[in-house]
Write a protein that binds this ligand. Structure first.
Ligand SMILES: *Cc1c(COP(=O)(O)O)cnc(C)c1O
Length: 384
């Protein structure tokens, strides 16, 4: 099988990121590797394998399917924590049986967990998520007394492992006051739990941006997604980091590269339109190359006429619209281009680089969205 394109994961880059993050965070803070969204497009199976080799022992996922995939790789070697969806009816017994930890932000999940735990004769390990101002999931203040009473009464079957919350956009300084209020509110709630004799083993709230911008949010555990893959949550987080250092050197390294090859090369006459419709007209005689990657693979249509790729060590521009399985590149200036030449969609070639963020700039897609859109069908290869 010869694939249209492949994604290459670089374990050395991951090591650089994780070493930096571990050194940067306070001593004793547990590192949870967030691998939701197919490990931000990297592939749960492949990425978790790389992380485990770097002694990561805690993984956070969104739902029970992802939890199953992570556990299939790590077995007993690591803790898996579900932050979002699980079916109280279908998943809870499996989750509890397998020591998977999970967020609880709803009374029904707590009562269902108790019922399941009793039936299995095994404790459910819960992280109580509290509302601090994001207004998404999390128990509201009016529900906290009920939750506390429930935890006190059912300690035999419910282990109160964590007290957690999530911030509403720590990567943007525009949200500064809102985040500060959330941090204060979290502290109040934490004290309220402690006053009742409910001291969680783990206080946790920070995603990448919060852990960097508001170090006090690191608490007992940080839930790190985007930065471990080598990307900053936003340019502001990077600039903030530079402002605290003497050297402006990005300590993170992209783990992923996306590569394909030239499928065909041909000439187009001046005045002709290229591709569907009329969005691109050749204003001179030109040479074009087709690359077998399109929006079906996660290369967004918003990159039509603006995307860049690297071929023969040069940056080349996408012309016309991105098709389902193909894109067209202007290669007029490449004298030696031929079929099967390497095409880099994300990554390095010769001395040039194409980063995900550069292509999100062109299309207003966040790093996050672009990565998670990478089709699960593209093979992921671990670089050696
Ligand atoms: C996605 C997510 C994170 C990680 O966010 P990053 O910005 O990628 O570090 C942390 N906590 C929760 C609840 C999340 O959903």
């Amino acid at each position: 099988m010869h694939n249209n394109s492949y994604l290459e994961l670089d374990p050395k880059a991951y090591k650089i990121n994780i070493d930096f993050l571990r050194k940067h965070f306070h001593k004793g803070v547990l590192f949870s590797s967030v691998v939701k969204g197919n490990a931000y497009g990297h592939s749960i199976e492949k990425f978790v394998e790389i992380a485990v080799a770097e002694k990561v022992t805690h993984f956070s996922v969104f739902d029970s399917n992802e939890a199953r995939r992570v556990q299939a790789v790590v077995g007993e070697k690591a803790t898996v924590m579900i932050m979002g969806w699980l079916s109280n009816e279908d998943d809870l017994p499996w989750v509890i049986e397998n020591n998977i930890e999970f967020f609880v932000f709803e009374k029904h999940r707590l009562t269902a967990a108790l019922a399941s735990a009793k039936k299995l004769g095994k404790k459910a390990i819960v992280h109580i998520e509290v509302e601090t101002g994001m207004n998404r999931t999390g128990f509201n203040s009016s529900e906290l007394k009920w939750v506390q009473d429930f935890l006190l009464k059912n300690a035999e079957f419910i282990e109160f492992k964590g007290l957690c919350t999530h911030f509403a956009g720590a990567e943007s300084i525009a949200n500064y006051f809102r985040i500060k209020k959330q941090i204060d509110r979290y502290d109040e709630i934490y004290n309220q739990f402690c006053d009742k004799g409910l001291k969680p083993k783990q206080k946790h709230a920070a995603c990448s941006a919060a852990a960097m911008m508001y170090p006090e949010t690191q608490m007992d555990m940080v839930r790190i997604g985007i930065m471990q893959y080598g990307f900053w949550s936003s340019p502001e987080v990077l600039v903030n980091f530079y402002n605290t250092k003497r050297k402006n050197e990005n300590p993170l390294k992209r783990v992923i590269s996306w590569k394909s090859e030239v499928m065909s090369v041909k000439k187009v006459k001046r005045g002709e339109f290229v591709g569907y419709g009329t969005s691109f007209m050749a204003d001179a005689n030109m040479k074009i190359a087709c690359v077998p990657v399109g929006y079906a693979h996660g290369y967004g249509r918003s990159l039509s006429n603006v995307g860049r790729v690297l071929i023969n060590g040069e940056r080349c521009v996408v012309i016309g619209s991105i098709n389902m399985n193909m894109m067209v590149i202007d290669v007029t200036l490449l004298d030696n281009i031929k079929r099967n030449d390497e095409v880099v969609l994300i990554g390095d070639q010769a001395d040039k680089q194409l980063s995900v963020s550069s292509f999100s700039d062109y299309s207003n897609l966040l790093n996050y969205e672009l990565l998670t859109r990478l089709s699960a069908d593209i093979p992921r290869i671990i670089k050696n």
